[in-house]
Design a protein around this ligand. Structure first.
Ligand code: IFL
Length: 457
């Protein structure tokens, strides 16, 4: 594997780290063996999905049942679509073909039902596009375009270009004008890719217009709160956060620059990041955190941290702040060490979980993967190995991998989110294996882990 890489979002980092001695534990690790274990876990989970929930949105890993995601009782093969590029990278080619065949035979978005615009873009549009880029299969691109066309009314219904949260796939009726930064601004890479592949600029333009409209409303200190009316542009909250429901807005500002070379995105990313570092970075007992603050005064609201925010260390490193980014990722690694597996929420001031559940989330592995792409340090592979082993120990159920009802008791719940197939399994594989089908120098993975640049054929 190369020791000089261009990271997920394109920053160049010399890998002097590759010359440093490995920590004792990392030096002993057999990464290829661990990669094989990841691939075998994916194959096993897929087999269970194939046998018990084929074409359904999500397998229920404890009971072996199935559940729909967006539209009650209606399935569009969500987990299958999310899994495809991971299967392809792992060279699980029979499984990949089986999934694509299912799409050819069954997938239709002509459904009279309402979906989340954001979730549909990052999971389904992104999943279909990455599978198309992996395989060249034209129907996958046609399905991505058909689905996006059904989502477009959410963008065009607003006079200022901010999308509604929900749209009916058949009628185009929209709902949910009060929305948030992540749901407004996490589509420029999927839509930019679709515009590039179809030659139709409408998708990219809609995505960018929404990002710019939100940015233009930031406060005098440069912060953006986490709720806004998409029809009027009126703020509906005062809380600025790097966590949900704002998180991937900041990620996609950087991504718009990295994948598409959009300079406005870079300018907006730099401006938002400077404001966040100035107003939200906080030290407590030697650990670095980002706190929620009032968007106009910068006054801290509380110390509560959301697990979803742990992606941010990797993003900061990619955007040129590796020292702060690494410190933040290490703060989260300590929480992982404390509970064995990350709780959904944690309060560093009280040193206690604020939510004891664990939604089988990928963010800490995502951050470490991005650090590693940039600097090649074994520290990050070791962190991801701990994340993977914790999942094997606590989340493995009879028919797949399950979320946890309580990280302190390690009780499981009967649910496996679609992103599990697209995200951590891919990060584990790419960081442990020397993947022949992935370009470690030049690549882009979306917020859902979908590869939109970097396949090697
Ligand atoms: O859908 C996933 C994606 O990473 C995201 N938000 C949350 C999910 C994973 O926790 O952007």
């Amino acid at each position: 594997m190369t020791s000089f890489r261009i990271g997920r979002r394109g920053l160049i980092a010399g890998s002097a780290a590759a010359l440093l001695p490995l920590p004792a534990s990392a030096a002993k690790e057999d990464w290829r063996k661990l990669a094989d274990e990841v691939r075998e876990s994916m194959r096993w989970a897929w087999q269970n999905y194939r046998e018990r929930a084929w074409g359904k949105d999500q397998i229920m890993p404890v009971s072996g049942g199935a559940e729909s995601f967006s539209i009650k009782g209606q399935h569009v093969g969500l987990s299958l679509i999310e899994a495809l590029d991971t299967l392809w990278l792992m060279e699980l080619d029979a499984e990949f073909k089986d999934g694509v065949d299912w799409i050819h035979a069954n997938l239709s978005f002509d459904i009279d039902g309402e979906v989340s615009v954001f979730e549909t873009i990052i999971r389904l549009v992104g999943g279909l596009l990455s599978a198309h880029l992996a395989s060249g299969d034209k129907l996958l691109l046609a399905k991505a375009k058909d689905l996006t066309d059904r989502l477009m009314p959410a963008f065009t219904a607003s006079p200022i270009g901010l999308p509604h949260r929900y749209v009916n796939l058949k009628t185009g009726a929209v709902r949910g004008p009060v929305t948030n930064p992540a749901e407004i601004g996490s589509c420029i890479t999927e839509f930019g890719t679709l515009s590039r592949l179809t030659g139709d600029p409408r998708y990219f333009k809609a995505a960018k217009k929404a990002m710019v409209a939100l940015f233009g409303r930031r406060s005098d200190i440069g912060l953006i709160p986490d709720a806004i009316d998409c029809m009027t542009g009126e703020w509906k909250s005062r809380r600025a956060t790097i966590g949900p429901p704002s998180d991937s807005y900041y990620e996609y500002l950087w991504d718009g620059w990295q994948l598409l070379g959009d300079r406005d995105c870079l300018t907006m990313y730099k401006s938002c990041t400077a404001a966040i570092l100035e107003n939200q970075k906080a030290m407590l007992n030697g650990d670095l955190w980002f706190v929620d603050v009032d968007f106009e005064t910068g006054k801290r609201i509380n110390w509560e941290q959301d697990e979803l925010s742990s992606f941010y260390g990797g993003l900061l490193a990619q955007g040129g702040e590796p020292v702060i980014g690494e410190a933040y990722t290490r703060s989260w690694d300590k929480v992982q060490a404390k509970y064995g597996i990350l709780p959904e929420g944690y309060d560093p001031e009280k040193d206690a979980p604020t939510y004891k559940t664990n939604a089988l989330r990928p963010e800490l592995a995502d951050a470490a993967f991005n650090h590693w792409l940039l600097d090649g340090k074994e520290e990050w592979r070791a962190l991801v190995a701990r994340h993977f082993r914790a999942m094997q120990q606590w989340n493995k159920a009879a028919y797949g991998y399950a979320v946890m009802a309580d990280v302190t008791t390690k009780a499981q719940a009967d649910h496996c989110p679609g992103y599990w197939w697209s995200e951590q399994m891919k990060y584990y594989w790419l960081i442990f294996a020397d993947c022949r089908r992935f370009d470690y120098r030049k690549n882009y993975l979306s917020t859902e882990g979908n590869v939109l640049l970097g396949f090697r054929h």
